[in-house]
Design a protein around this ligand. Structure first.
Ligand SMILES: Cc1cc2nc3c(=O)[nH]c(=O)nc-3n(C[C@H](O)[C@H](O)[C@H](O)COP(=O)(O)OP(=O)(O)OC[C@H]3O[C@@H](n4cnc5c(N)ncnc54)[C@H](O)[C@@H]3O)c2cc1C
Length: 378
């Protein structure tokens, strides 16, 4: 193998590219990861670090439960803390319809071994006495859900890759992929360098559609803007990720630093890769937080920012091979890429070598019916 030849080239240095590169390296593949800016400069570094296994389909629950285990073991694996903390996720239902939906999904989650329970308003009041339960009809709570720091996780994967003989190249924007020889891809970056491999993984998140177009593949993966903010640190009360599903709801958690970090999903989607911040979010998000925890009224906001959710019409990721031999895709992680990333990285790495999944992954297939027909806990 010459200096520019690799077993696998990964495009994108977010959680998906880094995790997959790490597990490929562990399986003795020589990997080149190309990232156009710095690791985490895309969605991963803009996420709020929430990790949960409370999902509504069997595949996603299995993947997420595996990820939680991997996050839990990272400190031992990497030799440093990634700030993993099991703060739990509390989903709140304000309508009978949502309460019934939670109850329905609970059976599936529990049958797969997830430690999740239904909580009545009185249970919420008892356990989290700072939450305003006005209008709450119940919820689900999973104490093993948690949070971690995206940059520490990326650092662990990157160091593991380099230690295992792979290469991570930042400030290396992929500008073209040539596939005129069927057994090798020639990947060109902006400074003119070219790299070669028989396998390529498109893990470019919000830009994965344009990376797909470089080989003539149309991915139904579109970015949209999501905003976020973080407050100053306050006394640590291990406030769980509270997910308020009302149309004007929000979700937020207390970080181990004591800070409150959170987002809401805009009612009207904002397509595109613009990651500008708005005054509307800055004024609206605190109102939604304070409605749930009035005691947070005097807490100062430190910073706001925005990033992309990359979404498909059915809300599920695309994690699969494609019609082009050797060209793989792992993208469209919506608001769940950080939490699903470790397990999806491991699954995809094994798939790229063994060409088989350990369980049914058809929900994430490249060729599938993209119509939304399941209740997605988004
Ligand atoms: C505000 C906000 C909050 C979120 N909160 C959570 C959360 O709590 N939990 C959770 O699980 N998820 C959360 N998410 C979603 C999560 O951030 C994403 O699903 C996840 O980071 C996607 O990872 P990725 O690796 O697919 O993409 P990215 O992290 O975007 O990585 C793709 C990388 O590809 C690079 N790239 C693009 N084009 C090229 C090119 N031509 N050449 C080389 N490199 C290229 C980009 O620079 C980027 O770094 C949140 C997202 C946002 C915006």
């Amino acid at each position: 193998m010459t200096r520019n030849e690799y077993d696998v080239i990964i495009i994108g240095g977010g959680i998906i590219g880094a995790a997959t590169g790490y597990y490929l390296t562990k399986r003795e593949q020589r990997v080149l990861l190309l990232e156009k800016q710095y690791l985490g400069s895309g969605s991963t570094g803009r996420c709020i670090g929430g990790i949960r296994a409370q999902f509504s389909t069997e595949t996603t629950i299995k993947v997420a439960m595996e990820s939680v285990e991997l996050f839990r073991g990272m400190e031992d694996e990497f030799g440093f803390s990634v700030d993993w903390f099991p703060s739990g996720y509390l989903f709140l239902a304000y309508t009978e319809e949502k309460r019934q939906a939670f109850l329905k999904i609970l059976g599936l989650q529990q049958s797969l071994g997830l430690d999740v329970r239904f909580v009545e308003p009185v249970d919420i009041r008892r356990r989290f006495n700072y939450i305003n339960i006005n209008g709450v009809l119940g919820g689900t709570y999973c104490p093993t859900d948690g949070q971690a720091d995206p940059f520490f996780v990326l650092k662990g994967y990157m160091l593991g890759m380099v230690k295992g003989g792979s290469n991570v190249k930042t400030h290396a924007e992929v500008v073209g992929i040539d596939h005129h020889r069927s057994d090798v891809f020639e990947v060109a970056i902006a400074d003119g360098d070219k790299f070669y491999a028989s396998k390529v993984l498109n893990a470019a998140g919000p830009c994965s559609k344009s990376i797909g177009e470089m080989v003539g593949i149309d991915l139904l993966a579109e970015p949209e803007r999501h905003e976020s903010l973080i407050t100053e640190g306050i006394e640590f009360k291990a406030i769980p990720m509270i997910v308020d599903y009302r149309p004007d709801g929000c979700y937020f958690v207390q970080r181990t630093t004591g800070q409150i970090i959170g987002c809401y999903t805009p009612e009207v989607q904002i397509p595109g890769t613009d990651t500008g911040s708005t005054f509307e979010f800055l004024t609206e998000m605190p109102r939604r937080i304070i409605r749930l925890i009035p005691a947070l009224e005097s807490v100062a906001i430190l910073r706001q920012w925005a990033g992309s959710y990359t979404i498909t019409p059915d809300g599920n990721p695309i994690v699969d091979k494609t019609d082009i031999q050797g060209y793989y895709v792992s993208t469209a992680m919506c608001g769940h890429g950080f939490m699903l990333g470790p397990a999806l990285g491991k699954l995809m790495a094994n798939f790229m070598i063994d060409d088989s999944w350990p369980y049914d992954m058809s929900e994430f297939a490249y060729k599938r019916n993209y119509q939304r027909d399941t209740e997605v806990l988004g």
